[in-house]
Design a protein around this ligand. Sequence first.
Ligand code: PGA
Length: 255
Amino acid sequence: MRVPIIAGNWKMNTTYDEALDLVEELIEGLDGRGEEAGEVVICPPFLWLLIVAEYLEGTTIALGAQNCNATDAGALTGEVSAAMLAQQCRYVIVGHSERRQGFGETDADVAAKAAAALRHGLRPIVCVGEELATRDAGHADVHIARQVTAAFADVDARQLADCVVAYEPIWAIGSGRAADGAEANRIAGVIRRALAARFDAAGAELVRIQYGGSVTDANIAEFMGQPEIDGALVGGASLKAEVFVRLCVAGVGGR
Ligand code: PGA
């Protein structure tokens, strides 16, 4: 059985005070819920990870980072390694479309980051997704399958239970236009078949698949009700405590 997982990606948002207010409200609203129902993860900016980790200690909310460098240590100004993040976090987002598009991350970079995360005991949330033009041209399935195969190039089959894939159609991110639940479920099936081809069917069944892109407290149920979808990666709606608490309660259960 795959444990449902909802992750909040704060992106480059929150001041120090806002981050602490948000985490306090999330603890108030979400800590102590039945963890067997599902995991809740928050991914604040790098600079707030240490203090947020302190707040989350002993709670049922897990910590994640938004990116990592695949090299363990060295002369890489401004970078943060998976090895460092593993000391504070349980999860790390890799290959978000904002990093692929805005920072030139390639499939090979994403594969190296996922492998580095796993090497250090950090669970990668591997993001894949197509642009609208790719979808309109009828190439979404091929594009997604290729991204998944590439990202898992250096993953060992024994690590699959620690892996999460987030299907995030680029046109749905921050647009207020979420994908249709049934279509997101169909693409999750494409992802699982790509994993089965790379590993085997039993291995593919272990990987949790999230949907991401304009998920809110109003539409989370539509995605969680899909058989191939195990959770959500949430951007904008994870910055409002009230909304994110409602979203998580609706998605993975309250206390
Ligand atoms: P959104 O972002 O929920 O604001 O659409 C999702 C994401 O980029 O992970």
